[in-house]
Design a protein around this ligand. Structure first.
Ligand code: NDP
Ligand code: 8X3
Length: 248
């Protein structure tokens, strides 16, 4: 039985990804800080299918301890680097530097660190890596500044990994979704339910399950096939024009 590690399995895309992979016959290790949510998943799915690993992705010592405590034989074939967040919607000149640092530490530094740690095993097992980037990597928007920067990093890091891993059999994919209704906007706005409703209301956004199914599909493709990047949007979302600031 193949084993996946999904970071950020306590909510949204990560949680849906756990269900989708387990439903398709995978064993899954799910990570996150909210232990009670991982425990609920374990109770629902069974310890033979799901193992919780509780840690903050920015804490390498806690991460290593949690991974070392996993049962013997749960060697990882698929790494889904999903844990991540946006904080704030202010333009750069008004932004909170601590929020910027938290996004970089979570979306970039922790992702790179976990990937580096698991690479030898993934190479040995000819495994796969699926990284959660975003449309924000490619299309700038006001207030997206550092969040978009972190996701552009994830995209380019994924492509760079493909170069480095040539000949190893390891597959790497950057998944780049647009609007998905999850806890993302609540986290970004510090719990503003109105902002959540305003963004997703009437927009028929993508669901966490839409993205989870895409990740499962990518992971289960035949071993000779690599999806490099995959961009998705709800039909309701598309592109706006450039803005022009005029004098006078
Ligand atoms: P959610 O807020 O619903 O879920 C985020 C997950 O990340 C949670 O499980 C959370 O777990 C985990 N996480 C965040 N910070 C940490 C941390 N420091 N340590 C451990 N786990 C952490 O968001 P989504 O499901 O929407 O987001 C998942 C990924 O998809 C993110 O990388 C996001 O950038 C990306 N994405 C989202 C889009 C969207 O529109 N929703 C679109 C494009 C990309 P916990 O809080 O329990 O630790
Ligand atoms: C999340 C999608 O458009 O809010 O990555 O940046 S967006």
């Amino acid at each position: 039985m193949k084993t996946a590690l999904v970071t950020g399995a306590t909510a949204g895309i990560g949680e849906a990804c756990v269900r989708s992979l387990v439903g398709s016959g995978w064993r899954v290790i799910g990570t996150g800080r909210r232990a009670e949510r991982l425990d609920a998943l374990a109770a629902e799915l069974g310890a033979d299918k799901f193992q919780p690993a509780v840690f903050d992705v920015r804490d390498e010592a806690a991460r290593d301890a949690a991974l070392a405590a996993l049962p013997q034989g749960w060697e990882i074939d698929l790494l889904v680097n999903n844990a991540g967040l946006a904080l704030g919607t202010s333009p750069a000149q008004n932004a909170d530097l601590d929020q910027w640092k938290t996004m970089i530490e979570t979306n970039v530094t922790a992702l790179v660190s976990l990937t580096r740690k698991l690479l030898p095993g993934l190479i040995a097992r000819k495994g796969a890596i699926v990284n959660l980037s975003s449309v924000a990597a490619t299309y700038p928007y006001t207030g997206g500044n550092v969040y978009g920067g972190t996701k552009a990093f994830v995209r380019q890091f994924s492509l760079g990994l493909r170069s480095d891993l040539a000949g190893t059999g390891v597959r790497v994919t950057s998944i780049e979704p647009g609007m998905v209704e999850t806890e993302f906007t609540l986290v970004r706005t510090g719990g503003n339910a109105e902002a959540h409703d305003r963004l997703y209301g009437g927009a028929n956004p993508m669901t966490a399950e839409d993205i989870a199914e895409t990740i499962r599909w990518v992971a289960e493709l035949p071993p000779h096939l690599n999806i490099n990047t995959l961009e998705l949007m709800p039909v309701s979302q598309s592109f706006a024009g450039f803005q022009v600031a005029r004098e006078g």
